[in-house]
Write a protein that binds this ligand. Structure first.
Ligand code: ADP
Ligand code: MG
Length: 699
């Protein structure tokens, strides 16, 4: 239950003055709340990006051209433009230094006469422009009398805006929201606050929304740092709560003699890399321990994560348990089964595939096999875990390629077995700060090395105008026995159009290459996709035209060329993922980035980075720089709450402290029951991380 203290923050934004249903719609877009009504609290986290400084009061004659100034003037006379003239309405005023014209277009005379009465003193603030040696101010931002001036902020916050919303409306609503902010108990450590000279939460919000100095809204200012830290702490605390909850539900120590592992290793056509061996031994340590495993295996595309997962699963099977492996798409689930199937067979492990497309009888048979324990390893999509599937003894869940695997998915694993160990594998080389953000509750194993013999992929960008040359080059490559991926891009985020683009390209390539071309896209049935992939894998076709369904994980180790059409439309991480489809064997591979010019700055930078490096971590850092974290992890789409205040580029270094802080907090007060614990619960609600509160004993 949410503490009633927070009710004002959770009340509808439409309760605020000036916010009707129409404005509320606009606010949703602006504040990034799409699936619910805008709340008063949402406005408070919309921080100004700059300020207008109105403190300068130099007097009329000393006002520099183009400067924002505030002037105390006496109103002399109004001069309306003659009817039918397009000249502006003018108001003449003066101070002891000189005279100024206040200029208005499309003026409402009666209103101006009321606002600027002749013979009275008024404060006007705005930009001064010198015109033929005379100063003027066109449409002053503020025109107030002495009393109102006393209340006018001289440092005016400027907020990110959206079309259709007026700055004054937004400003008023935020000010009103501030006034509703209840007094909040302190949830941060007092010593920490003192050390960093951070204000309390309410003061911090006051400071950024009612700045008294331009420095107050600087992202590195104590007020903003404090709020960013609060936000990180909330997310780290939620992750730590999930972690400690999972660990509390006693895990099952599973040890094996490694017999099945031996069989798999013997059946592999290669030796493990040192990184793979190291990751496996870390995993085996976790499996044997009686606490639950929560481990992330991080390795660039092609690093060989699948084998690591397979051996972990084999260990669990040998210890008498079952394992499940979940992929983000059916295509990948199929491919996983194909990759591990022969190895499982060699080791005498029974593996099965379950997808949404399974026929009822087939599905029943698999479910029965899982319940009886006859099936050792189940491969499927993430949807597996939403379904009602009962295992005899699920010991390990492997989640592949997932940043979309958020806290609630992790929680959903809970019900599926006694202390299920969890292994998450990700191919996106995520910068350290982001690992902490999204996987702060996990231990991390890295696969730093690629299997021996891999050559860096040669990457070139080519204008689409030279399509003809590219096709010509492919003719030679095919004659040479090579295999080619041809990736068609997202068109306007519409799958239908996507498919059309891919189908068209398929058509034109078919005219040249005949039945050596196959096509795979998201609207084909799993069986069709499978058949197309299998044809390509077995070499019956040599060019695979695909939409981005091949983005993650697809493995055809003898493909050596990838053409990415409209490469300028892809993000860096995606380009890197796609490129990783080739360069998996010992042959030289090539990636052609086909672009349609003219290129924007960011697109240019992206393509240059792709040409320059094959290092996924370098690319991830660059991507972070170019785009910000939300997009890298696809969190915007997945609904995983992003950060509203904290910016990883600026505040990233706070994350480590927040993580340590969160763990310490839970070590001292696991159920957040003490006074600080109660305050921290408020923090979780405020930043929308309250999901984890249900895990507390006294939740
Ligand atoms: P990813 O980490 O992208 O999931 P995969 O597990 O699909 O990578 O492995 C990519 C390819 O590398 C596969 O064809 C796999 O069989 C092969 N591979 C994995 N480990 C090694 C190794 N140690 N030596 C050589 N090839 C390997
Ligand atoms: Mg993989």
């Amino acid at each position: 239950m949410r503490p009633p203290l927070l009710d004002p923050l959770f009340a509808a934004a439409t309760d605020l003055p000036g916010i009707g249903p129409k404005v509320e719609k606009l606010l949703r877009g602006l504040l990034g709340v799409s699936e619910r009504d805008t709340r008063i609290g949402d406005l408070l986290f919309h921080l100004p990006h700059s300020v207008i400084d109105r403190r300068r009061q130099p007097g009329i004659a000393h006002s520099p051209e183009g400067a924002i100034v505030t002037l105390k003037v006496r109103i002399d006379r109004h001069q309306a433009a003659p009817a039918a003239s397009r000249a502006p309405y003018k108001v003449f005023a003066h101070d002891e230094t000189g005279e100024i014209q206040l200029v208005f277009f499309h003026a409402r005379r009666d209103w101006l006469e009321k606002t600027l009465p002749e013979g009275e003193t008024r404060y006007v603030s705005g930009k001064v422009e010198w015109f033929n040696g005379r100063p003027q101010m066109v449409h002053p931002d503020h025109m107030v009398d002495e009393t109102s001036f006393a209340e006018m902020p001289l440092i005016e916050p400027v907020y990110p805006m959206t079309a259709g919303l007026s700055p004054k409306t937004l400003q008023k609503a935020i000010t009103a929201a501030l006034d509703l902010l209840p007094p909040m108990p302190e949830w941060l450590d007092e010593a920490h606050l003192a050390r960093d000279h951070w204000p309390d939460f309410n003061t911090a919000l006051e400071t950024v929304h009612r700045p008294e100095d331009p420095a107050d809204i600087d992202p590195k200012s104590p007020a903003v740092m404090r709020l960013a830290y609060d936000e990180y702490l909330a997310s780290q605390l939620a992750l730590a709560m999930v972690r400690s909850h999972m660990r509390k539900t006693a895990g099952v120590g599973r040890t094996s003699a490694g017999l099945l592992k031996e069989k798999i290793l013997a059946a592999l056509p290669f030796h493990l890399t040192p990184g793979q061996a190291q990751a496996i031994s870390e995993i085996e340590g976790d499996l044997a321990a009686s606490t639950r495993m929560l481990r992330l295996v991080q390795g660039d595309v092609g690093a060989g994560k699948t084998v690591v997962a397979l051996i972990a699963m084999a260990d669990v099977v040998e210890a008498g348990g079952q394992a499940a492996m979940m992929a983000p798409t059916e295509l990948l689930a199929h491919q996983h089964l194909r990759a591990i199937g022969p190895l499982c067979e060699a080791a005498g492990i029974k593996a099965a595939l379950l997808t949404g497309k399974a026929k009822p009888a087939e599905r029943r048979a698999i479910l029965a096999g899982l319940e009886s324990g006859e099936i050792d390893i189940l491969v499927g999509t993430h949807a597996l875990f939403q379904a009602t599937i009962a295992f005899k003894d699920l010991g390990l869940a492997v989640v592949d390629e997932q940043h979309r695997f958020g806290v609630h998915q992790r929680l959903a694993l809970q019900g599926k077995g006694r202390g299920v160990d969890v292994l998450v594998m990700t191919a996106t080389p995520i910068p350290r700060t982001l690992v902490l953000t999204y996987f702060g509750d996990m231990e991390v194993s890295q696969l730093p090395d690629k299997p021996a013999g891999r050559k860096p992929i040669e990457t070139r960008s080519v204008s689409l105008d030279r399509l003809f040359d590219v096709v010509d080059g492919l003719k030679r490559a095919l004659a040479d026995g090579q295999k080619v991926y041809w990736v068609c891009p997202l068109v306007e985020e519409s799958e239908v159009l996507d498919v059309t683009a891919a189908e068209e390209r398929y058509g034109t390539l078919q005219q040249v290459f005949g039945d050596q071309v196959s096509l795979v896209h998201g609207r084909m049935s799993a069986a069709e996709k499978d058949a197309a992939m299998q044809d390509f894998k077995d070499g019956r076709t040599r060019i695979l035209v695909a939409t981005t369904v091949i983005e993650v994980g697809v493995d055809v180790s003898d493909a050596t060329i990838i053409v990415i059409e409209h490469a300028e439309r892809f993000g860096l991480a995606q380009l890197h993922q796609l490129r990783g489809r080739v360069g998996r064997g010992d042959k030289q591979s090539t990636c052609l980035l086909l672009y349609k010019g003219p290129l924007g700055e960011t697109a240019k930078a992206r393509l240059a980075i792709m040409r320059e490096t094959n290092d996924g971590f370098v690319i991830a850092e660059e991507d972070l720089r170019l785009r910000g974290e939300g997009e890298i992890l696809g969190t915007r789409q997945s609904g995983m709450p992003g950060f509203r205040i904290a910016q990883i580029e600026t505040h990233g270094e706070l994350m480590e402290t927040a993580r340590a802080d969160a763990r310490l907090i839970l070590a001292n007060d696991p159920d957040l029951e003490g006074p600080r614990g109660q305050a921290l619960r408020l923090l979780l609600y405020i930043f929308g991380r309250d999901e984890a509160i249900r895990l507390l004993r006294a939740g």
